[in-house]
Design a protein around this ligand. Structure first.
Ligand SMILES: [Zn+2]
Length: 151
């Protein structure tokens, strides 16, 4: 109990875990595995630097600076993810089709069409015509009654 209290006292006012810490820790583990197979001193050094930087951030008392770093990391992550946004949304949501308007760059969400094939839609923002080929289509499930099977 005393040790737990000591740890709690030590961590009080310290920055703690955030997204950047998790990312750095992930990189550290990845470099660890890479170094097992490659046994390179440069990778080992890089791994140590990342490890100490992650722990420096974890125990830092300068919360404002760490929050600023984390915000920069999140903004950068968002910028990297943006070109793949439509692909990610199409993968996650199986009920709709997402398409980006070429003129105004708005992401449009269409309900899944009943048939496959060429579809034409109008962007509500700039009235630009968007044509796309729907590979996906609504699945119509046929449910049989137990009674009908018996007959
Ligand atoms: Zn548009």
């Amino acid at each position: 109990m005393k040790l737990l209290e000591k740890v709690r006292k030590f961590m009080y006012e310290r920055y703690g875990i955030d997204d950047l810490y998790c990312f750095l820790f992930g990189i550290c583990i990845f470099l660890c595995f890479l170094n097992i197979f490659m046994k390179n001193n440069i990778i080992g050094l890089l791994e140590l630097i990342v490890f100490f930087y992650a722990f420096f951030r974890l125990f830092s008392k300068n919360g404002n600076a760490r929050r600023k770093e984390n915000r920069m990391y999140l903004n950068m992550k968002e910028k990297i993810k943006r070109p793949f946004e439509v692909i990610i949304k199409n993968r996650k949501d199986k009920e709709h089709i997402y398409k980006k308007c070429r003129k105004c760059k708005t992401i449009l969400k269409f309900p899944l069409p009943a048939k496959r094939g060429m579809k034409i839609a109008k962007c509500p923002k700039c009235q630009n015509c968007i044509s796309f080929y729907a590979f996906k289509y609504q699945k119509i499930e046929i449910i049989k009654d137990k009674k009908s099977i018996k007959i």
